[in-house]
Design a protein around this ligand. Structure first.
Ligand code: ATR
Length: 268
């Protein structure tokens, strides 16, 4: 038996236990996966208590503890975690805790479930923590161009300064429109309040996939707008949630679960 958990506050809404128990069934792993609501000022103690159990292998970390998880694992974390200064997956190997941000891997996997990325022009809208964590995996998918834009453009420019790459640049929304992006990803928090991020008529004219990293039972304002503007297809971030969990499961167990059935079964 291997033990896992997700730490957050609040945490009752989390689908992670259901997702990981399904992965375990699919891959023949014997696991126990808990939800742990740590006190806002007691994350480190809660994680230490969890890993005091020798059966504990790894945990997921969500709001508001991702930055604290980064501090715990800073010496041993993946490049996206270093860039985002946030960790959503901890893995104990020997006496060391390794930290990962699997959101970007999850996003790329879910985009590839729907479209091609290699040689394509991708636009990322938003430059907060969520955007920081996904840039390197997106560049790893070998797009022709990865553009980033934001309401506050200086924040997009600072991400480009931190992650220098020939195919990566910060642009205004009007400049982005001239490049006719193939894939447009909303990684702002605007959808959480039902708002549209900054967009522009004509932006979606060549868009094969408009992707909102947020998910809900209904299409988001961004997805509806993209569709009206001619985007060929739209997708929300539910698949990303399952794919980022699959990336964590692979880190912990070395096994790669089949995600399509899990996405279909658990989708709200
Ligand atoms: P997260 O960790 O989810 O990325 P964040 O770091 O607070 O959250 O970043 C929120 C992102 O959503 C930012 O890019 C923000 O734009 P600003 O940098 O200009 O604040 C963007 N955002 C939030 N609400 C928005 C709105 N109504 N329209 C456009 N962008 C919005």
């Amino acid at each position: 038996m291997k033990k896992f958990a997700v730490f957050g506050n609040p945490i009752s809404h989390s689908l992670s236990p259901a997702i990981h128990h399904m992965f375990a069934e699919l891959t023949g792993e014997d696991i126990h996966y808990d939800k742990i609501e740590a006190p806002v000022d007691g994350f480190e103690q809660a994680v230490n208590a969890f890993f005091a159990d020798e059966l504990a292998v790894g945990c997921n970390v969500t709001v508001p503890f991702k930055e604290k998880a980064f501090v715990l694992s800073e010496a041993n974390c993946n490049p996206e975690a270093k860039t985002a200064k946030a960790v959503n997956t901890l893995h104990r190997e020997g006496n060391a805790l390794f930290g990962y941000t699997t959101d970007g891997m999850g996003l790329v996997a879910d985009l590839l479930n729907a479209t091609e990325l290699k040689g394509k022009r991708i636009l990322l809208i938003g430059a907060g923590g969520a955007a920081r964590g996904v840039v390197q995996p997106l560049l790893g998918s070998e797009p022709e161009l990865l553009m980033i834009t934001n309401r506050t453009l200086a924040k997009a420019e600072s991400i480009v300064t931190d992650i220098k790459h020939d195919a990566f640049c910060a642009v205004s929304i009007e400049e982005a429109k001239k490049q006719l992006p193939d894939v447009i990803i909303n990684c702002t928090s605007a959808s959480l309040t039902g708002d549209l991020p900054m967009v522009s008529d004509g932006l979606f004219s060549q868009c094969k996939l408009a992707y909102d990293m947020v998910y809900s039972a209904k299409a988001t304002s961004f997805m509806n707008y993209a569709k009206e503007q001619g985007a060929r297809s739209t997708k929300d971030g539910f698949g990303m949630l399952v794919e980022q969990a699959a990336a964590a499961f692979t880190i912990w167990t070395g096994k790669t679960p089949e995600t399509a059935g899990v996405i279909q079964k658990l989708r709200p």
